[in-house]
Design a protein around this ligand. Sequence first.
Ligand code: 2U9
Length: 357
Amino acid sequence: MQELRDKYLSAVADVTDEAALEEIRLAALGKKGEISLKMRELGKMTPEERQTTGKALNVLKDEIDAALRAKKAALADAALDARLREEWLDVTLPGRPRRQGTIHPVSQVMDEVTAIFADMGFAVAEGPQIEDDWHNFDALNIAPEHPARQEHDTFFMHRDEGDNRPPHVLRTHTSPVQIRAMLEQGAPIRVIAPGRVYRMDMDQTHTPMFHQVEGLAIGKDISMANLKWVLEEFCKAFFEVDGVELRFRASHFPFTEPSAEVDIRCSWEGGSLKIGEGDDWMEILGSGMVHPKVLQSAGIDPNEWQGFAFGIGIDRLAMLKYGIPDLRAFFESDLRWLKHYGFSALDLPTVAGGLSR
Ligand code: 2U9
């Protein structure tokens, strides 16, 4: 008995891992373990022998069991200590810097423009970027032979062979949004339609996708005088100057009559753009009185209602306000200038203070 005790207690004391400890447990206390076999032999003994040997075996069994449990706990503690020593964390290290996102200048300008027109009572209208040809062209008095409807100017969607309906298009302007707004709401109406538009064009000053904001105001006696005031107020607020001078040049668009391109007085002295002063003129938008045929298509009686519309290219506006030299800065993941300006645009000097060309 003493031999068994010494054998197992010293084995438990010497063991260094949990698997070996389990082997010792099986060898001593398992079904076929040495102590268990000895227990089975009790049946062959006399009652006196059985009582003394049985008692001694039970004491031994409890002692070995207690030693196994204590060792198991000690090994687990040691393993945890080792892990804690190895997998330590230096909580005094400085945190990793988080990159801060920035608002894209086009989005920024879109928000600025929307806020200015909202102050003048214009609601924002939205519509699909994939349009049918009626909303994009016919309703806007754009004739079937107009160059905009040719394959090389507009992105046409695919139609299955044998499907002879006119194909849908990627909208070439946001004007169809206003057609939809008039059809839904009728007159009077005052909306702007900001959003993406698509034309098959790509060079230094054109990209196949760009952004517009168009405006529309229809009432009983809305005139070009109202248009001029609205545009002047817009330019003063957008370019942050007290006074602006606008010049209306006669033009032609199928959807307005009369039509005018609008220039703003400016100066480019010393490579710096200043709005509202100087001897130069810069074209900033197109506009006109909505063509009676367009009102008719949109379900509004042109004998009762009239109004103005205008269209502004947002990307160019952003470039002018924030001194961005090349449109491709927006589209070729060239973030150098964004970094250069640390763009939050609201913190930047504006054209009023003068910017590099
Ligand atoms: C409706 C009726 C008329 C919107 C207009 C322009 C003139 C115009 C250009 C400015 C720069 C497009 O992005 S750009 O290249 N736009 O010159 N847009 S009048 O006329 C409308 C719109 C909607 C129902």
